[in-house]
Design a protein around this ligand. Sequence first.
Ligand code: HEM
Length: 406
Amino acid sequence: MSLSTPPAPLPVEPPAGCPFDPPAEFARLRADEPVSRISLADGTQAWLATRYADVRAILGDTRFSSDTTLPGYPLSGMTGGSTTSRHRGFIRMDPPEHTRLRRMVTREFMVKRVEAMRPEVQRITDELCDRMAEAHAAGEPIDLVEALALPVPSLVISLLLGVPYDDHDLFQRLTGTLLSRTVTEDERAVAREELRGYLHHLVLGKEKQPGEDILSRLIVEQEQPGELTHEDVVSFAALLLIAGHETTANMIGLSALTLMQDRETADRLREEPGLVRGAVEELLRFHSIIRNGPRRVATEDIEVGGVLIRAGEGVVTAVPSANRDQEVFEDADRLDVCRPNAQHHVAFGYGIHQCLGQALARVELQVVIATLLRRFPDMRPAAPVEEIPFRTDMAIYGCHSLPVTW
Ligand code: HEM
């Protein structure tokens, strides 16, 4: 392609009538131009990697940086946002600082720790389902996103961060505003500041009187000996909150809708609940909700898939495309909850930034899906699928709302 012709924009729209599928253009790119030039919304250009092997090669290579302040970083994905923020969180940092900070919380998200939370996740889910059943019995319309998909991760993360029960309403309101599509950018900025202010006070309280939660442990083990500042602890709280909230919520909504549409698979999972774990992996692969990322910028000239990416050039790794790569996943566009290698998906990323909260996300998804299948076998969308508002406008795919009935 000539340098003067701007390349095609990053594909974002699912094929008409197939809201669960990634843009059709990805299949062509994987076949013909697996590392291709694209234009981003802000007019800058970057590379787009669409094959599984190339996506893993990029995410597994620390010469590709996550630092959004570096020139050439392709902004506006999951890791996009302000280039100047001092409060980036380690998701936007490189080693050695990334390694140092991530290590401080790795233990909290290990499988064994997270498995111990399963009864709590079940209790939270059961209570929300009870409320949903009551509201339905009273003839109220139910939006599954508002009633279950958003509150489960929100309540779980508040539990981890040690948000006092009395603050839940405020915490929910602020995170709700941040995630809402009906607010303006200014309103969102105000909510972000208010949330940071809230987290600042939360951390101040824990500095005076530490409790049994992640933030208190960070204060006692890292802040008090001088390894972290107060602001660092606030940034940890903000990162965990934001990274763990909208992602899981959207996966819950999409998974529920998929199983309402695919009765055969739903019946099979109800009969054999042991299959739910594998089904969650397949749903993560199939939906790949991080629709246009993760993103990186090359710090050296690096060859990927036969293409030379120069130092200072940005790269968008198309996880939804990698997870539909026929070279790795047979009949990749089909949802198959018994797929033997579904767990090899890259929905949680790959390499040093691979999702820290993946064990927790898995437990939440497994509990919620199994509970919905058991308690609401007749649940169905209360509107035609064409009328469900899908988040084609957002970095994280899902449904803005999901009206259901039974
Ligand atoms: C289905 C749910 C989730 C999905 C699909 C998801 C996806 C991802 C992806 C793709 C990355 C890599 C970003 C990159 O390489 O730049 C990531 C990183 C991260 N995720 Fe998740 N995530 C989910 C849930 C969670 C939860 C529940 C938490 C925690 C409470 C969490 C915390 C994080 C953190 C802290 C990072 C940064 C890790 C690092 O930079 O070392 N995520 N996530």
